[in-house]
Write a protein that binds this ligand. Structure first.
Ligand SMILES: Nc1ncnc2c1ncn2[C@@H]1O[C@H](COP(=O)(O)OP(=O)(O)OP(=O)(O)O)[C@@H](O)[C@H]1O
Ligand SMILES: O=P(O)(O)OC[C@H]1O[C@H](OP(=O)(O)OP(=O)(O)O)[C@H](O)[C@@H]1O
Ligand SMILES: [Mg+2]
Length: 329
């Protein structure tokens, strides 16, 4: 998470300058009134709540576990697109669990009683009990460990585990399986703020706004490409019409069409037109085919680095409750 976070900030032109890796304080030269502190994920959330930090970048799982629904925590950006994982319940593939494939079946197993409850090993001692209760599992006890939880069932320490899963390799290698309805939450890296800080600390809101804008500009651009092509035509309007007749070629705000002039027999006139559009990566191949079909040639494709809109989309988007809260400040 730490190195992915540093990479993301760097891509947003917010490089973190750390004198040496053992020093836990650093700076971002572009943001003069900001200090960066390297802390364990759970401590970031705790320190946001205690008022010792204003902003944090952590996994959503950590915000949920240690934030415990506290309304002082605001998700300023809820999808930084790395650290993807899910918090999920896993049980052994063997023994009494061989034919158990859902939370419902697990809850209905006759084995779990007040005297002999289902034992779950987890580091998520807030979300774990809450989830099991919501799923109708009454007879459950929890044991906690900081890592290598996947070994607990084979060691006889627990029946099940509740831990983060990404590729699923660790579970598989330890003969464990996920079950239907067993995902507590989906997680990825988020930017989280203390509401109190944003409201009360001088400059905190402006700095957060700047970071958010840069993040948005970069994240919107990932997966988008600029496509330029040449096209013959009688006028810019006619070329634009041809481009817009194709569903994958409308770009962010329609195509830019520019005349390419050349001089022939002493006369300067547009010989052909250059068109520029932004295209999402997944539509790239289809778009190139469509461009060719309408007479496009010399198609050049380059990755986009930033897309700055008039306003940060996350602030405009009415559907995003969290950012609305941020704006409401
Ligand atoms: N396998 C994984 N793939 C992707 N993201 C993960 C994975 N495991 C954990 N994460 C994310 O990385 C965050 C940090 O996990 P990590 O294991 O680095 O720290 P930790 O063990 O929780 O903290 P500490 O360093 O205090 O022990 C998690 O909260 C989660 O959001
Ligand atoms: O599904 P996978 O891709 O195999 O990833 C899941 C593993 O990753 C995390 O552990 P991590 O490597 O962070 O070590 P830790 O448990 O010691 O924190 C998590 O706790 C799982 O064990
Ligand atoms: Mg692990």
């Amino acid at each position: 998470m730490a190195s992915d976070t540093l990479d993301l900030l760097k891509d947003c032109q917010l490089s973190v300058k750390q004198v040496n890796p053992r020093q836990y304080v650093a700076e971002i030269p572009q943001l003069s009134n900001l200090e960066v502190w390297f802390q364990r994920p759970k401590d970031i959330v705790r320190k946001l709540l205690s008022g010792d930090l204003d902003l944090g970048i952590v996994g959503f799982d950590t915000v949920s576990e240690y934030g415990k629904g506290n309304e002082d925590l605001i998700l300023v950006h809820d999808a930084l697109e790395y650290g993807d994982c899910r918090l999920s319940l896993a049980i052994p593939q063997y023994g009494i669990f061989q034919n158990i494939n859902s939370m419902k079946e697990l809850a209905q197993m006759p084995q779990w009683t007040a005297e002999k409850p289902l034992q779950v090993a987890t580091g998520f001692t807030y979300l774990g009990p809450k989830f099991m209760k919501e799923n109708g599992l009454e007879h459950v006890t929890f044991s906690t460990a900081d890592g290598a939880l996947e070994a607990a069932p084979a060691m006889g320490i627990a029946d099940a585990i509740l831990d983060l899963v990404s590729s699923g390799t660790t579970l598989r290698e330890n003969n464990l399986k996920e079950i239907e309805g067993g995902v507590v939450l989906e997680s990825q890296a988020v930017l989280v703020a203390s509401r109190k800080s944003l409201m009360q600390r001088q400059g905190a809101l402006d700095t957060t706004h700047e970071i958010l804008e840069r993040l948005e500009a970069h994240l919107r651009a990932i997966g988008q490409f600029t496509v330029t092509a040449n096209m013959r035509g009688s006028s810019a309007d006619e070329v634009a019409e041809r481009v817009l007749s194709q569903p994958s070629l409308s770009g962010l705000q329609g195509p830019t069409v520019s005349p390419v002039y050349c001089k022939r027999d002493g006369k300067v006139s547009p010989d052909y037109y250059a068109i520029v559009i932004c295209i999402p990566k997944k539509a790239l191949y289809k778009s190139v085919q469509q461009l060719r079909a309408i007479g496009g040639s010399g198609v050049l494709i380059s990755p986009l680095t930033y897309i700055f809109d008039e306003e940060t989309p996350r602030e405009e988007d009415g559907e995003r409750q969290v950012t609305q809260t941020f704006l409401a400040l």
